[in-house]
Design a protein around this ligand. Structure first.
Ligand code: HEM
Ligand SMILES: Cc1cc2nc3c(=O)[nH]c(=O)nc-3n(C[C@H](O)[C@H](O)[C@H](O)COP(=O)(O)O)c2cc1C
Length: 494
């Protein structure tokens, strides 16, 4: 250490192992030895920067002050002495650089004419690892693909001559007015897509008149995100219950102070993080990682195939159960919405437990692969428990890319629809990009309504006379009472 308290690069480079792990972030040196095993994004990503400068990666995922807020004073070693930076130090940083974004490939915003275009633009021009994180889904991507393709198999029965000049797309969701029945899904670390991160989602949603549901894993605190919208503009908040329950209680206490937060979406479909292989491959070049960590990292580079995505969610409490709703109610005054419903049975339990609503979701195909497409689950609920649609709000997300998909969900009885990945990709264009995505979707909803002869979404909610479900119906699970042919025989034998 230099006499002025600054730390030289050669000193930092000496602390380059999991047992003794110093990292430079934004010109300051931190000792992350104790924190790394607890890092919600996994220890290995931190170890990758041991003895080096992790600023670039850190800033891509986190707000500047997160590290200062979370580390004890004794782990804050002091400022880096920048006068000691050498070519060897700079070269060592390059080794860690990942495939970067290519701004030359980024199409002008005005050329994007539908939601899918935002994903295509990001695939071309975003950082490869960010694309892998955002687009990625579990195992063989069956549920990811099924979510999307199912919408195309539900057909309309359009009505004509209906005076469709004036139409109403507005809907209230959990008591909050919205220009259309759409909310932006909670998605972790939006800074992976663009510097503005969740502020672009919150600000863009407000400009487009819809609602942003903030994620527990946002790259900035909810107190910052809400300032991107006008002071009274509503938000929803998505909660992952932490296995250290006191942490969740502290978070809920903070949310209770935020008047703009109007509903709590508790995510229940990810008690463990699934295998996201595109993400794992691009983040964990096996050779480099196994050379680096040896036994210290056994739990994340193991025989079952690289585990960064799996360790990312290691803070989520997988003992969560229905009885915990009573505990949650003690700590929040917000309406509780269960996100991740995938069967009529669970939808009924949520209703019986007095939830304000449910979100039919399989985490955009990022939870259990081969979980049914969310549209199929919505149809199952309409068939097996139609009464719930009047008793609580039913929402759905997964593969919604068109205004016509939104219309279909509403005609089946949903009150709101979440859209995920296209909005995360729109963050690459900042608030303006998110607003543009809202405008495109709004325009598509209006056009689909006019062409279908629907003039008021609120009034048409649940009116299945506009739909032909015949292509999908045979794929619904058998009614619980009848069972399938195979199941029936097996049961008879037992
Ligand atoms: C005290 C400091 C830090 C805190 C409190 C923190 C917290 C978090 C949290 C909450 C997540 C989100 C997990 C999720 O996706 O749900 C995360 C992910 C991540 N963090 Fe950190 N982090 C810190 C330091 C760092 C540092 C120093 C680096 C790198 C130099 C880093 C890189 C990452 C990356 C790359 C991810 C995403 C992992 C993935 O999605 O695969 N973090 N961190
Ligand atoms: C990059 C990304 C991050 C996500 N992070 C979260 C999260 O933190 N909490 C959560 O409940 N769901 C999360 N999800 C799932 C979404 O909320 C939503 O269920 C899903 O994206 C909807 O599917 P879609 O992307 O096809 O529209 C995430 C999805 C993506 C793509």
């Amino acid at each position: 250490m230099a006499s002025d308290g600054k730390i030289t690069v050669s000193e930092v480079a000496k602390h380059a192992t999991p047992d003794d792990c110093w990292i430079v972030v934004n010109g300051k040196v931190y000792d992350l030895t104790n924190f790394a095993p607890e890092h919600p994004g996994g220890a290995s990503i931190v170890y990758q920067y041991a003895g080096k400068d992790g600023t670039k990666t850190y800033n891509m995922y986190h707000s500047a002050d997160l590290i200062e807020q979370n580390l004890s004073d004794s782990d804050k070693k002091g400022p880096l002495d920048e006068s000691t930076i050498t070519q060897t130090w700079l070269d060592a940083q390059k080794e860690e650089e990942q495939v970067e974004a290519d701004p030359n490939e980024k199409p002008p915003l005005s050329t994007l004419i539908n939601l899918e275009d935002f994903e295509l633009a990001f695939e071309k021009s975003g950082a490869k690892k960010a694309w892998a994180y955002i687009h990625g889904a579990s195992n063989d991507l069956h549920s990811l693909n099924a979510n999307k393709s199912a919408w195309g198999k539900l057909w309309f029965r359009p009505r004509i001559m209906r005076k469709v000049r004036d139409i109403n797309t507005k809907m209230s969701m959990f008591g909050q007015p919205s220009a259309m029945p759409v909310w932006i899904c909670p998605m972790g670390i939006a800074k992976t897509a663009g510097e503005e991160g969740e502020r672009a989602l919150g600000g863009g949603a407000a400009k487009g008149g819809i609602i942003h549901c903030m994620s527990t894993s946002s790259s900035m605190p909810p107190e910052d995100i809400v300032t991107a919208a006008p002071k009274t503009y509503p938000f929803f908040f998505q909660l992952y219950v932490d296995r250290t329950r006191e942490k969740t209680e502290a978070l809920l206490a903070r949310l209770n102070q935020l008047d703009q937060v109007k509903a709590l979406f508790v995510t229940v479909d990810l008690p463990v993080v699934s295998k996201r292989e595109a993400d794992e491959r691009i983040r964990q070049p096996t050779l480099k990682m196994s050379n680096y960590f040896g036994d210290a990292n056994k739990s994340s580079v193991d025989k079952i195939g690289g585990g960064l995505a799996r360790t990312t969610g290691n803070f989520i409490d997988n003992t969560l159960n229905w009885e915990d709703l009573a505990w949650l109610r003690k700590h929040t005054h917000l309406p509780i919405v269960v996100k991740g419903i995938q069967s009529a049975e669970d939808a009924k339990i949520a209703m019986q437990m007095g939830c304000a609503g449910i979100v039919i979701s399989n985490h955009g195909g990022r939870a259990l692969d081969n979980a049914p497409s969310t549209l199929m689950v919505l149809m199952e609920l309409r068939r097996d428990c139609p009464e719930i649609f009047d008793k609580m709000e039913v929402h759905i997300d997964g593969g919604v890319r068109r205004g016509s998909d939104v219309l279909k969900a509403i005609l089946l009885g949903a009150r709101g629809v979440g859209v995920g990945r296209p909005f995360q990709c729109a963050v690459a264009y900042g608030t303006e990009g998110v607003e543009h995505a809202c405008e495109l979707l709004q325009d598509e909803v209006e056009t689909a309504m006019r062409l279908c002869g629907v003039t008021d979404l609120e009034k048409a909610r649940g009116d299945m006379s506009y739909l032909n479900c015949a292509e999908l119906e045979p794929m619904l699970p058998p009614r619980p009472s009848t069972g399938s042919w195979l199941f029936g025989r097996l049961r008879a034998r037992l």
